[in-house]
Write a new protein. Structure first.
Length: 215
């Protein structure tokens, strides 16, 4: 349960802030209430399917039902037009009422969180092993082009910057880096699935949600 709460709570908060446009403090309070009243006291996880892909759909449905109900209660308690911030879920829900659209938005946030956790794990592993060269090549050839739209740094420049012998050595470091990232990604995903056989399917789902970023 602790692992699931750690993994999903930031995604739920992000969904409320970025998709439903609630204020940060609103989102935080709503997630805390959901965790306490539905997951801990309501034993929500005992009713969940163990297949993690379906679990995300189950969790999102339960969460949105809870949030909508709570905001309607707040609106009714005020006995008048709610402040603009309280219009978020009911009004904006008209734009995202399609369950597939809701699911795609949620999965995209989830996928970005998993990707971030995998990158952090890989970077830490490189630092602990004294392989900053591996991380630098990966950062300059893969990450920067993805997140900044800059072209990959030429191998010749990396050879000079890292004191390597040849562009081929830099290319081999990139292969090592990609393998390291794959291991880190699998390790993060392993913590969120029911068994080993689910890892490959989950990574494929993450790639679809990210539009191939994990490539």
């Amino acid at each position: 349960m602790n692992e699931l709460l750690t993994a999903y709570s930031p995604v739920l908060r992000g969904y409320l802030r970025l998709v439903m446009r609630l204020r940060p403090e609103q989102a935080e309070d709503m997630v805390q209430d959901f965790v306490t009243r539905r997951i801990l006291e309501g034993r929500l996880l005992q009713r969940a399917d163990r297949t993690r892909g379906r679990f995300r759909s189950f969790l999102l449905k339960c969460f949105l039902n809870f949030v909508r109900s709570e905001l309607r209660k707040e609106k009714a308690a005020k006995r008048g037009p709610p402040p603009s911030q309280m219009l978020n879920l009911d009004d904006h829900a008209q734009d995202i009422a399609d369950p597939c659209q809701e699911r795609r938005a949620f999965d995209a946030l989830w996928a970005r969180q998993v990707l971030g956790a995998a990158l952090e794990r890989m970077q830490k592993d490189c630092e602990e092993k004294g392989r900053q060269d591996v991380w630098t090549v990966f950062e300059q050839r893969v990450l920067n082009p993805i997140f900044s739209d800059n072209p990959p740094r030429p191998y010749e420049e990396l050879v000079t910057a890292l004191g390597l012998k040849s562009p081929l050595q830099a290319s081999n470091l990139l292969i090592t880096a990609k393998r390291g990232f794959q291991r880190a990604l699998e390790a993060v995903v392993r913590e969120t699935v029911a068994n080993e056989t689910d890892i490959r399917a989950e990574i494929a789902a993450l790639k679809r949600a990210l539009g191939g970023v994990t490539g």
